[in-house]
Design a binder for this molecule. Structure first.
Ligand code: NAD
Ligand code: SER
Length: 321
């Protein structure tokens, strides 16, 4: 029998593809079971150690993997993101809420800790847009946001009612170069780097002045692992902490990329659905609770993220001469 003690659901997505190797580097390869409703492609980092096919909406599949691998901690990443959630609101509710409910029930049975990524999408148009407080109005207008607020509350409930060690972060949009994003509103901030390297041209679906919180993946991975290792006695706001690293607009990102890719052009063809979602989210959140309660500090800003993304993608992608 394997001795793994950490389960990652939705492990083949943008975050899981990098979180699984990061957890394995920290805890050992056999200590981390990657799982997803999909099968890993050949060469996928998540498929290089223990892997289980798990649909998080099926409690028996979850229970089996937790029992078999003696799982102590679940990083529950499986979910539909904001733009896909607007295309398929019913599926988003079933996966995001149905999956979390079953993960929490299995965690209650087996005494597992649970990490749940919430999002800036848990806020809405009536939330203060600048220096968004940790505790504030949360009336999101997307199905994604509705599930994120309900998830934060459900995790609070399982902690206060059953003593479960639930913890969470309101992640900003994530920028990364390993796995593509899964259909969110902030995907532009990843795609733009690929197109800058390939074509020196990008067509952006958000207005140039749309300000949002973004974060480079290495900071997000560190935040998740640091939160799960933090002293529980210090955590007042368990589910979920505001988290911030940088806030910028597409125009500001394009200008930063242009410093490395002269002549880089961006055109704007606005997608009304994703623009409306972005307009309903804060410009920049206040993450002082995370800083005070568990010592959160970002390491990457716009300049270092841009430099590193371009370096990594240039080493991998064909470039336009
Ligand atoms: P993603 O879309 O890239 O990956 C999600 C994974 O979940 C996919 O591999 C998919 O196959 C899997 N999945 C879907 N339905 C499933 C099911 N029923 N059972 C098991 N697996 C299933 O998403 P991501 O970007 O890796 O995000 C992971 C989590 O982090 C989500 O909760 C998301 O809301 C949150 N988050 C992400 C970002 C971001 O910018 N990526 C920002 C804030 C919060
Ligand atoms: N990146 C995510 C999205 O746009 C934020 O939660 O859906």
């Amino acid at each position: 029998m394997a001795t793994a003690s950490i389960l990652v659901t939705g492990a083949l997505g943008q975050i899981g593809t990098e979180l699984v190797p990061a957890l394995r580097a920290r805890h050992g390869e056999s200590a981390v079971v990657a799982s997803d409703v999909r099968s890993p492609r050949a060469g996928s980092p998540a498929g290089e150690g223990p892997f289980a096919h798990v649909d998080c909406t099926h409690i028996r599949e979850l229970d089996n993997v937790v029992r078999r691998h003696r799982v102590a901690t679940v990083y529950h990443l499986a979910a539909l993101l904001s733009a896909v959630g607007e295309e398929k609101p019913r599926v988003a509710w079933e996966v995001n809420m149905g999956g979390l409910y079953r993960v929490l029930e299995v965690a209650r049975t087996h005494g597992c800790a649970v990490f749940l990524p919430s999002s800036i999408g848990a806020f809405g148009p009536s939330t203060p847009a600048r220096a968004t407080p940790q505790v504030t109005v949360q009336r999101p207008t997307t199905m994604y946001g509705v599930t994120k607020v309900a998830s934060e509350l459900l995790c609070d409930y399982y902690h206060s009612r059953f003593g479960l060690d639930t913890r969470g972060l309101r992640l900003p949009g994530l920028i990364s170069h390993v796995a593509p994003p899964g259909g969110g509103t902030t995907d532009y901030a990843v795609e733009i780097f690929y197109e800058a390297v390939r074509q020196r041209r990008y067509i952006c679906y958000l207005r140039p002045d749309t300000c949002l919180d973004l974060m480079y993946m290495p900071d997000a991975l560190r935040a998740m692992m640091e939160l799960m290792e933090a002293d529980p006695a210090r955590l007042v706001h368990r589910n979920a902490f505001n988290l911030s690293a940088m806030a910028f607009t597409p125009a500001q990102l394009a200008a930063e990329i242009r410093r490395h890719v002269p002549g880089f052009e961006v055109d704007y063809e606005i997608d009304p659905v994703r623009q409306a979602i972005a307009d309903s989210w804060p410009d920049a959140v206040d993450d002082s609770a995370a800083r005070d309660e568990w010592g959160w500090k970002p390491e990457h800003d716009l300049a270092s993220t841009t430099r590193d993304m371009l370096e990594k993608l240039r080493a991998r992608l064909p470039t336009r001469s």
